[in-house]
Ligand binder design. Sequence first.
Ligand code: SAH
Ligand code: SF4
Ligand code: F3S
Length: 504
Amino acid sequence: MWRRADSLNSNELFLFLFLSVYFETYGCQMNVNDTEIAWSILQKKGYERTAQLSEADVVLLVTCSIREKAEQTIWNRLKQLTAMKNKRMKTPSPMKIGVLGCMAERLKTELLEREKLVDVLAGPDAYRDLPRLLAVAEGGQQASNVLLSLEETYADVMPVQLAPQGHSAFVSIMRGCDNMCSYCIVPFTRGRERSRPIGSILEEVRILSDQGVKEVTLLGQNVNSYRDTSEEQFCSSDPTRLSRGFQTVYKPKQGGLRFSDLLERASRVNPHMRIRFTSPHPKDFPDEVLELIAERENICKQIHLPAQSGSSQVLKAMRRGYTREAYLDLVRNIKEMIPGVSLSSDFISGFCGETEDDHQQTLSLIRQVGYNVGFLFAYSMRKKTQAFHRLQDDVPAEVKRRRLEECISVFRQEALRVNAALIGSSQLVLVEGESKRSAEELCGRTDGNMRVVFPKEEPAGGSSEAIAAGDYVRVKILSASSQSLRGRALGLSSLRGSADQEPV
Ligand code: SAH
Ligand code: SF4
Ligand code: F3S
């Protein structure tokens, strides 16, 4: 691929004219967004992107460290890639391997040294440096940058979607985490919490809206801790308001535009665009955030509320900053303020010191709340964390596994109950496209983020327009499983904004 030579100096010409890059993304949604940022940065420097591993000059793995298994997957992949690289060593097209993201940050030079598998290492705050790192690697040396930043939010880098999700998009609003839950590696791999200035977030939402995107998910490790202090007028002495009965491990923060301000403004960009957010922390749900979710038609009535455990004793050891009672009070408050809300959660089974009674309390909390989606994990000890230094990983692996299975089974029963309650109702569904199983069916999501499958056949009542991806459709729910709903389209519809929701 030839570029205009006058935009490049002679070294860059040599290095970049033919280089194509292949990405592989692991871990959470933040990594998917970071892949788009890294690609955006490389694209500007003249790189080509390829979907064929065999054609790639550079293979970049965007990695995750959250559990041992996540890292093991990457080590195995690196071995396979190195075998490929060795085969291509003496051909005219040698291959470079880069490790990006959380594992690069956690393992640093160990990744460069162990078995010499990697050419480039870039931590989550170092993606702007990728073109330089790759240039060094092309010169035959290993290169790394794992510096964490207090400010980097990539606010000015417009992510380029690798695999456009059609009518849904993710917008990163903050990075890092200050919560220091005792089991978690994220504060060490992603660094301190910092928020992207509101202006650049709203601009990205506006651009996406103009491109026809119908659903934006605001993204961050703690989205609802959002606090923009980028402008003087945003700085006040108001302390951040928390959910009742919740505490933080850090000193109260003061001033700045909060999550409710951002949510309010983002939801006004286009009243026909759905707004979601993930992942929030239960401590940051003051009433004003809940009121806004209840009142705005286009903010989805769906809240991820990671509980981690149903036992106050375990929650204390995890340093989550709340008790079982405070969490359940919050759930009650949310259900009262947002009738029909869908709740999802994360749980860890077999954390240090977890007894059979603690585990039973988790099962009872899952039953009591009634979530529709859950992410459940067995505890995996991570070096550097407080639990590693101060607690004993004393629940045997088979007990962790058994408790995890019991949690999954109760979760499924409850999700089935929650979903079955929707049978007979009519739901507003944003259509994603054809269902994976059949070309005769379409699939989409409810406001509560449940997947709905329904036949393509023309809606009853005879609208002659065919339903397409990106349309809002009313669907009558006819059956439910623990993971999805099935129904029949009633007709095209819209996400109507109320009078005070004019576009800005
Ligand atoms: N910031 C988000 C996501 C954190 S990672 C949040 O707080 O919700 C996603 C989930 O992984 C966590 O919610 C937790 O349930 C799980 N997790 C984190 N560290 C873990 C560990 N060491 N072992 C097992 N699961 C873990
Ligand atoms: Fe990890 Fe806790 Fe931060 Fe979530 S809130 S990323 S679990 S430290
Ligand atoms: Fe994994 Fe890092 Fe996300 S550790 S879960 S990729 S923040």
